[in-house]
Each structure stands twice: as structure tokens, then as C-alpha cells.
Design a protein around this ligand. Structure first.
Ligand code: DC
Length: 223
């Protein structure tokens, strides 16, 4: 299993998904799970400043993930939410939800199940998020921590949100700084992770490094 952690805009999702495709592994986007829960809570008009109100509703939304790098899927109570979870509304609301310990407990348990299923099926998996290498799967044999300059991260997020005219680089930069501050507790580099600065690296170079690490590990552990 490969753990890929890092802040938003570090190129984590694209690199993790591509790595999984290249190596024939499954792919789990844990941020999508926090986003899907947040999307559902917003739709239910739950007050996101009230952790008790959120915790009281936690057993209602059923999250389903399909960890296929060719066609990853995320559903809440059967509804495909891949599109709506990427809006700025969700991006700006999700940290408050992800900061609640009961929320993390529930989602981390589900993430560990998806990882355990992949390991049991001898399929292997690339899981990406903030706390994969530290909390979700501290035994992961390959851990990567992606970083990038603030400017590069904001540019990438803004390009992702090209359809949203309000998503200028300056606005995204401000929202990103707010989110970084709120996410800081979750985002810790594991002491045994390899840090890759993606500011000046293309996707192929980042994927190449991770694939190289994974093959190196496989060669050592399987002879
Ligand atoms: O990676 P992302 O931007 O899709 O993550 C969405 C939010 O979820 C982000 O604000 C931090 C949170 N998150 C988390 O707390 N733990 C994770 N393992 C993944 C994401």
C-alpha cells in the first residue's frame, strides 16, 4: 500500500490516481469522503458551526466508494456526488466538519476497511489524504508527502475550478490559506515519509518518483 499525503493543490489526487493506474492498484481519495459528508450536511441544512448537531446526524448518510483509479466513484445514500463535492462551497465548509473527532473516527474506520479489503484481495491500494501515513495507515510501507509553493497550489486549484468565474488565483489563495490553517492539525508529515516538492515538477515526474519508490520496496520485500 502507498500513502500519499499533502495539502490541497499539491497535486496529490492526480498523482495518486495516476500512480494507482500505472501500478494496477486500487485508489482511495479520503478527502472526497470528508467532502461527501459535508455536501450531505449542507443539503440537510445542518448548522456546520455546531459539532453536536453534526455528530447527531452521523449515522444517516451512507457513503460508498468505488476505489477504481480508472473510474473512482463516491456516493452518499446512492447519489453520485463526484461533481458537487468539488464546489468552493464544499471546499470552504469541509475543514470544520473534518475537525470533529467523531467524524474522523467514523470516516477513518471506513477508510481502513477499504484498505483492508484491497490488502486481503492482494490488489494493493494508493490512499491519499492528510493523515494516511500518520493515522489511517501508519504501517504503510511506502509513504509520500507532496508539497508545492502557495502560488503553484493556488494556480492548480484555480485551473480545476475554471468554470467558476469567482475562482481567481487571488481568491483561491486566500481561501487556501484559511483552509490550511484549519486543516493544520491533520496535516503532519510522517517521519518516514519521503517529501516531494511538486512546484516545478510535471505530473509524469511525480508519478515516476512514487512508482520508483513502490517498485524499490516491492523488490526488497519480495526478492
Ligand atoms: O484533499 P481534499 O482537498 O479533497 O480534502 C478535503 C478536506 O478534507 C480538507 O479540507 C481536509 C480534509 N481531509 C482530512 O481532514 N483528512 C483527510 N485524510 C483528507 C482530507
Amino acid at each position: 500500500m502507498i500513502a500519499v499525503d499533502g495539502p490541497s493543490g499539491s497535486g496529490k489526487s492526480t498523482a495518486a490516481r495516476r500512480t494507482a493506474a500505472v501500478l494496477g492498484l486500487r485508489y482511495l481519495d479520503t478527502g472526497a469522503m470528508y467532502r461527501a459528508l459535508t455536501w450531505w450536511l449542507l443539503g440537510q441544512q445542518v448548522d456546520l458551526t455546531d459539532p453536536a448537531a453534526i455528530v447527531a446526524r452521523l449515522d444517516e448518510p451512507v457513503l460508498t466508494v468505488v476505489p477504481d483509479p480508472a473510474a473512482p466513484k463516491i456516493r452518499v445514500n446512492g447519489i453520485d456526488v463526484a461533481g458537487p463535492i468539488r464546489t468552493r462551497e464544499v471546499s470552504n465548509a469541509v475543514s470544520a466538519v473534518a475537525a470533529i473527532p467523531e467524524v474522523r473516527q467514523v470516516l477513518i474506520a471506513q477508510q481502513r476497511e477499504v484498505i483492508a479489503e484491497a490488502v486481503a484481495a492482494r490488489a494493493g491500494i494508493v490512499a491519499e489524504g492528510r493523515d494516511i501515513g500518520t493515522v489511517v495507515a501508519p504501517d504503510a510501507p511506502v509513504k509520500v508527502y507532496l508539497t508545492a509553493s502557495e502560488e503553484a497550489r493556488a494556480r492548480r486549484r484555480s485551473a480545476d475550478l475554471a468554470a467558476d468565474p469567482a475562482a481567481t488565483v487571488a481568491t483561491i489563495k486566500r481561501e487556501q490559506a484559511d483552509r490550511d490553517r484549519r486543516d493544520a492539525a491533520q496535516l503532519v508529515m510522517a517521519p518516514d515519509a519521503v517529501e516531494i516538492d511538486t512546484t516545478a515538477l510535471g505530473l509524469d515526474a511525480v508519478v515516476g518518483e512514487i512508482v520508483g519508490m513502490a517498485r524499490g520496496w516491492a523488490a526488497v520485500s519480495h526478492g
